[in-house]
Design a protein around this ligand. Structure first.
Ligand SMILES: Cc1ncc(COP(=O)(O)O)c(C=O)c1O
Length: 458
């Protein structure tokens, strides 16, 4: 039987068809960037998508233009637009137009950003963005790190470095290793502990959901420090936007020689906002710190900045050893040496590009603006008799109760708002009760958006 002859290099050449697909893909990207507001869209079932899209992986291929149409017409509408200004669930994202545009450039550039040798230009730029964040936190000049995929990998990598440093410095015998955190600490810390097979020392949080220095000191007094290798403090809890007592925690860490990790995945962005900067006092003592540009620093997924006060300790924990890697080892600037990864996308570059283009003042102003909108939204909630604000917002998360509603009411309301394309707001559990929360990180979210959502709760 005659073998179907294909040119094995055809997929890698820029042909007339490639040009047509380029126009379609870039045109789609441009149109998406221009949309305001982007439609919220929403999920479809797998059966619905199977019916609408059909099988997409075929022996002969659909052709680039048809695959692009399939994405635009069928798949994209089945993806919730997290950058819609009325997406207030979880922690939203609100990438700048330039950061999204530059993501296209990163994608088109085939960058292996694991080592300085292979990607010095990219790593140099990423490091500039990391330096800005380190200076905002008041961390020393020598601070270094890298960008990882998200807060989960950032927390894991920091805690792995902390454990390594602990083991190198101490011998705890058979004591089970533990990380101190609270019930309000992000779930990724418990996940990291499970991955690392270490335990958690749960510190009781105060009425605002914060870990205080006193509570940590009391727990250490009660339980001792054997096996305790790190404290995972939070600068902006996911559920209520609370900032732990970083100064008090830092004092306890210093007294007992504990590694202080600060998870600022969401809240760390507000270090750039003068109106709330003092709430982070003590962060300058952190041994490691994360903040996610894909949350409140206006970059696309996926991007978490991970910083270490003493980079050498991180490299000791994370540098992979292999004969074929020896040639690229030895640089203190290898991003692969700072986290649980080797190959990596230059995922800090979209953030860097937008920061470089707009300047840091624009970031401070945009973050301050969201803080203002959150304050106005809090007033809006307080002014309505049928809802109650349950937290005293430190940042931009507002937790609220609709008087008289139970869990089923919140769920039905969430589903209705999404189905009608009005907003995406989900229930949460706060102090044991099902309520809801608004998380505002998008500078284009307005008080009127919040009012419109509250109108649907009457
Ligand atoms: C405080 C905090 N830490 C960690 C994470 C996990 O981040 P990611 O989803 O990027 O892994 C989140 C996510 O919302 C968070 O809010």
């Amino acid at each position: 039987m005659a073998r179907h002859v294909v040119d094995p290099t055809s997929m890698h050449r820029y042909t007339d068809e490639t040009e047509r697909v380029a126009r379609a893909a870039l045109g789609y990207a441009r149109d998406r960037l221009r949309l305001h507001p982007v439609p919220l869209d929403g999920p479809r079932t797998a059966e619905e998508l199977a019916e609408l899209a059909g099988p997409t992986i075929t022996e002969d291929g659909l052709g680039g233009e048809a695959a692009m149409r399939l994405f635009a017409d069928v798949l994209a509408p089945a993806i919730i637009s997290i950058d819609n200004p009325r997406f207030l669930a979880f922690i939203p994202a609100a990438p700048t137009e330039l950061s999204m545009m530059f993501d296209l450039v990163v994608g088109a550039s085939s960058i292996y950003a694991g080592t300085w040798m292979e990607a010095s230009g990219a790593v140099y730029a990423e490091n500039q963005a990391l330096d800005w964040l380190a200076r905002l936190a008041g961390l020393p000049e020598a601070t270094a790190g890298c960008f990882v995929s998200g807060g989960t990998v950032g927390n894991l990598s920091a805690l792995v470095a902390a454990r390594h440093a602990h083991r190198a410095a101490r011998h705890d015998g058979d004591e089970r290793l533990r990380v101190a955190c609270t019930d309000e600490t992000h779930s990724s810390v418990a996940t990291a502990a499970a991955v690392m097979d270490v335990g958690l020392l749960r510190i009781a949080s105060d009425i605002r959901g914060r870990m205080t220095g006193e509570a940590l000191a009391a727990a250490v007094e009660r339980e001792g420090t054997a096996g305790l290798f790190a404290v995972a403090a939070t600068a902006g809890t996911t559920n209520a936007g609370a900032i732990d007592d970083l100064d008090g925690i830092a004092a306890v860490c210093r007294e007992h020689g504990l590694w202080m990790h600060v998870d600022g995945a969401y809240g760390g962005a507000a270090l750039a906002a003068p109106s709330v900067r003092d709430r982070f006092a003590g962060i300058e003592h952190a041994d490691s710190f994360i903040v996610d540009p894909h949350k409140w620093l206006f970059a696309p997924f996926d991007s978490c900045a991970l910083l270490y006060r003493n980079p050498e300790l991180a490299r000791a924990a994370h540098t992979q050893q292999a004969g074929y890697l020896e040639h690229v080892q030895g640089s203190e600037q290898n991003p692969s040496d700072y986290a649980v990864h080797l190959s990596r996308r230059a995922r800090g570059l979209p953030f860097w590009f937008s920061l470089a283009a707009h300047g840091t003042r624009a970031y401070s102003e945009a973050i301050e603006h969201t803080l203002d909108v959150a304050r106005e939204a809090a007033d809006e909630i307080r002014s309505r008799p049928y809802v109650e604000l349950l937290n005293d917002p430190e940042l931009t998360v507002l937790v609220l109760r609709r008087t008289g509603w139970g869990p089923a009411d919140y769920t039905a309301w969430t589903e209705r708002l999404l189905a009608e394309g009005i907003a995406f707001v989900t229930p949460t559990t706060f102090a044991g009760e099902t309520v809801t929360r608004f998380a505002i990180v998008n500078p284009r979210t307005t008080r009127a958006d919040v009012a419109a959502i509250l109108d649907t709760m009457t």
